[in-house]
Design a protein. Structure first.
Length: 336
């Protein structure tokens, strides 16, 4: 069946093609990387879609890379579309890293087109599919939220290391040493999370959030996870779903639910109001980082800080004793 494109879709595709051609054939400075004469050992210019992948590239690449993340704090990757500056940046990069697993659903066609001209890697596509959860909407796809558990994120770091090494083989030893050090940090995070989350009483181990982003977290740390929306924020949260969750909150005495930094809190507040109408008090247990990290330059703006915040916030809200500033005393305390 031949698909018909409406005028806006045709215009957008023509604009993308024009910008890719312009960036490919006119010597413009790299947007976001700064201009300057090329050097033999100039850092590898990497563009990553999400902050989580960008952080992995920085951790592994060290001084040998310059990394730009397209999606900053509070940005929803499920709905994100590339901007004009994004297109120029990616077409001038040495390496483009995107997540895959249908996370950047609005950008997939662009990445497939770009792969004909530049080195483009869908990092999560290299993961062992036996470790992945199925998608709630698409039978042939998987839950993309693999960053929610450090054990699975370690595999993502290895995939980033492989992509950087292939792009810059002469830096393989540096990348390997940096990856080893970062993986040790992730092991510390696993140990910390396991310890504090195990302290949550069994009857409190229900994690209610705005969308189904915490499935891997729940699987690894023993929580029942209930999202108002599905795996994608593009799915609808119907009145029936909200009503079902309100009844569950009341029946099971759930006392805390969580908002997300990259998703509207409207549906979560509807749950609280619905429970209150039935005489049951539910509070917001804190704000979690789901599809984006914290502020640039902050501890929560790193992968380790993001997960430290989430683990500490969840454990504290659901009844565990936690260090006031998290694993290493670096949390800002916001949302706790």
């Amino acid at each position: 069946m031949r698909l018909r494109l409406n005028s806006s879709m045709m215009a957008r595709r023509m604009m993308v093609a024009a910008l890719m051609a312009l960036a490919g054939f006119i010597a413009l400075p790299m947007v976001g990387f700064g201009a300057g004469p090329a050097r033999a050992e100039a850092p590898l210019k990497v563009v990553a879609t999400t902050g989580m992948i960008a952080d992995a590239a920085r951790q592994v690449g060290g001084d040998a890379v310059e990394v730009r993340a397209l999606m900053g704090p509070g940005v929803d990757p499920h709905a994100y579309r590339q901007t004009r500056s994004d297109i120029v940046a990616m077409t001038r990069a040495d390496l483009v890293l995107w997540h895959g697993l249908y996370l950047e659903a609005q950008m997939e066609e662009f990445f497939h087109d770009l792969a004909r001209k530049r080195t483009v890697v869908a990092v999560a596509d290299g993961l062992d599919k036996d470790k992945l959860r199925g998608h709630d909407t698409y039978a042939d796809k998987f839950d993309p939220h693999v960053w929610m558990t450090p054990a699975l994120w370690k595999d993502m770091v290895a995939e980033v290391q492989a992509a950087l090494t292939e792009a810059r083989p002469d830096q393989a030893d540096l990348f390997a040493a940096n990856a080893t050090a970062h993986l040790a940090e992730l092991d510390q995070l696993i140990t910390y999370g396991t310890k504090i989350l195990a302290q949550v009483p069994a009857e409190n181990r229900v994690l209610v959030t705005a969308h189904d982003a915490f499935g891997y977290f729940g699987r690894d740390f023993g929580f029942e996870v209930l999202g108002i929306q599905g795996i994608s924020t593009q799915s609808e949260a119907g009145l029936n779903r909200i009503g079902e969750l309100v009844d569950l909150l009341v029946e099971r005495g759930v006392s805390a639910v969580f908002v997300e930094s990259s998703v509207s809190d409207r549906s979560v507040r509807a749950l609280i109001e619905g429970a209150a109408a039935q005489g049951h008090e539910v509070r917001i247990g804190g704000e979690l980082f789901s599809d984006a990290m914290g502020a640039d330059g902050s501890y929560e703006g790193t992968y380790v800080g993001m997960l430290d915040h989430n683990m500490t916030t969840i454990a504290a809200a659901l009844g565990a004793e936690v260090p006031p500033k998290g694993m290493s005393g670096r949390l800002s305390g916001a949302g706790l």
